[in-house]
Write a protein that binds this ligand. Structure first.
Ligand code: ADP
Length: 503
């Protein structure tokens, strides 16, 4: 878009309630953070970020591409090689990361509002989960800076052998739009804790909180060039990162399709890659489950964040004899969910993030009916402005239908009957994905047997969606590889050097 069509400041801040959020949105177009300076894209191009609840433009965003990524990589490389970050003491890095956590909390209301405006999610959830969660992630990894050890190895008496755990170098971090700030935190915090420098490319649909985080990172005093932020599109800025010969590692969260492209591009310089990709997670409910827990959790498992969650429990497997009862109870509870603007405190289900996602989900609603599934609730979009879809439960689904095999990323559940434990596990595992799974039963032996048998990076027993930064997170099969969070993230962002000393 050219400057001639730039929306006015008033329209740019449209929809925001707090003066902090209005102020942030008013300084549009937003710029790129490169080498400690906020700069326009070299091409001068910008793109719009849209409020999905009312389809209005929130702000213009600099459209970075290869030329801007090149600059960001130069800045990150310089900061890395000069040791501005990697060679300060681990204690100093801890203090910086704690400061970022503190600043996120202090500016939490503004960040939550920006997240809701940009992504659509209910404000209370943005505040409690995305923003507090992001502060928690920085705080957790702040502790790791001082706990990254090498080993002293068993050595021949004539040598002394040890290992050093060193930062990987310049890291490209490509994040999705479903948890914009939290996904950025989940990558930036461990990368910085380990001494790396980074280039963040937030999703084009939701760049606002990453840009605000950039300001907070500067306020925390992180040296220039350590964190660079290049907004832009996947095929422009994103692919420039995955192809770049001077980026040492890419950490990506997004679709399996793009994950494959990133892996292919990484061969240019054999950069390290970690991929957290899609899912089609089975949520298996046995008849002895506590339904007062299983039903609300199955609902939040698939409708939380309007179903735009990689671990969403979209395939709900229910044993045959309780199938009709489940449909009835789930349907009644789900129909009570209030769909609306995330800024309205009554809202439980916000809009989908973008027109593209809205059209995609509507396409799957039509496909489900065509495949012979029956929408017991929902099954359609809501008329009017905004990308709203009714919470939907498809019954009479079998696991070979496309709605049971492809990631929809919307508030769409598929209920699939099963015969017995063996059948549940077979069907549950019959997917190209393997990100998460859940099992509901009071029989502890069955719970553990099923948890072992499910091919998924995370299995929940009698719960759904619990997350703890100290627990590894990642996928089996085409849900990706590498584990984020916990000590596993330290493995992703360090490399090991063997040192032999002749005595
Ligand atoms: P979704 O399909 O859910 O929108 P994507 O996988 O397309 O998720 O996007 C996740 C992130 O990957 C975004 O930041 C997006 O810009 C980026 N991206 C998309 N295409 C590419 C690409 N070809 N190379 C690198 N990054 C990309």
């Amino acid at each position: 878009m050219s400057a001639a069509t730039t929306p006015s400041v008033e329209s740019a801040a449209r929809g925001a309630k707090s003066s902090a959020a209005i102020g942030f949105l008013s300084s549009s177009p937003k710029k790129l953070l490169i080498g400690g300076k906020w700069v326009p894209s070299k091409s001068g191009k910008t793109f719009e970020t849209i409020n999905p609840a009312n389809e209005q433009v929130l702000a213009l965003i600099a459209e970075g591409d290869k030329a801007d990524v090149d600059e960001a990589v130069k800045a990150a490389r310089k900061a890395f090689e000069e040791g501005k970050w990697s060679s300060i003491t681990p204690h100093q890095r801890t203090r910086y990361l704690l400061k970022i956590a503190e600043l996120i909390e202090q500016n939490g209301d503004e960040l939550a509002e920006l997240e809701t405006l940009d992504n659509g999610k209910p404000l209370s959830q943005a505040r409690a989960i995305d923003i507090n969660g992001s502060a928690g992630i920085f705080r957790y990894f702040a502790g790791w800076s001082t706990k990254i050890y090498g080993d002293t190895n068993p050595s021949d008496p004539s040598t002394f052998n040890f290992t050093l755990r060193e930062p990987v170098g310049v890291c490209g971090l490509i994040t999705p739009w479903n948890f914009p700030l939290m996904m950025a935190a989940q990558k930036i915090a461990p990368a910085l804790a380990c001494g790396n420098t980074v280039i963040l490319k937030p999703a084009e649909q939701t760049p606002l909180t990453a840009l605000r985080l950039g300001e907070l990172i500067q306020e925390a005093g992180i040296p220039d060039g350590v964190v660079n932020i290049v907004t832009g599109f996947g095929p422009g800025a994103g692919s420039a990162i995955s192809e770049h010969p001077d980026i040492d590692k890419v950490s990506f969260t997004g679709s399996t399709e793009v994950g494959k492209m990133i892996l292919a591009a990484s061969t240019s310089n054999l950069k390290r890659v970690s991929l957290e990709l899609g899912g089609k997670s089975p949520n298996i409910i046995f008849p002895d489950a506590d339904l007062s827990q299983a039903i609300p959790n199955a609902m939040s498992g698939v409708f939380f964040n309007s179903g735009q969650v990689c671990v969403a429990g979209t395939r709900i497997f229910v044993q045959q004899e309780m199938y009709d009862n489940f449909l009835d109870q789930f349907g009644k509870a789900a129909e009570r969910m209030t769909v609306g603007d995330g800024l309205d405190p009554k809202t439980r289900l916000g809009p989908l993030v973008s027109k593209e996602q809205f059209d995609r989900v509507k396409g799957y609603l039509a496909l489900g009916r065509k495949e012979g599934a029956r929408a017991t609730i929902g099954g359609e979009a809501i008329e009017g402005k905004g990308y709203f879809v009714k919470p939907t439960l498809f019954a009479d689904v079998n696991n070979s239908m496309r709605i049971a095999r492809e990631e929809i990323f919307g508030p769409v559940a598929a209920a699939i009957p099963f015969k017995d434990e063996t059948d549940a596990v077979l069907q549950g595992n019959d997917t190209t994905y393997g990100l998460a799974a859940a099992v509901w039963t009071k029989d502890i032996s069955r719970a553990i047997k099923v948890a072992r048998a499910l091919k998924a990076g995370t299995v929940w027993v009698n719960c759904y969606g619990l997350a703890d930064t100290s627990m590894p997170f990642g996928g089996y099969k085409q849900s990706g590889f590498g584990r984020e969070n916990g000590k596993y993230a330290i493995d992703l962002f360090t490399q090991i050097k063997s040192v032999y000393v002749k005595l």
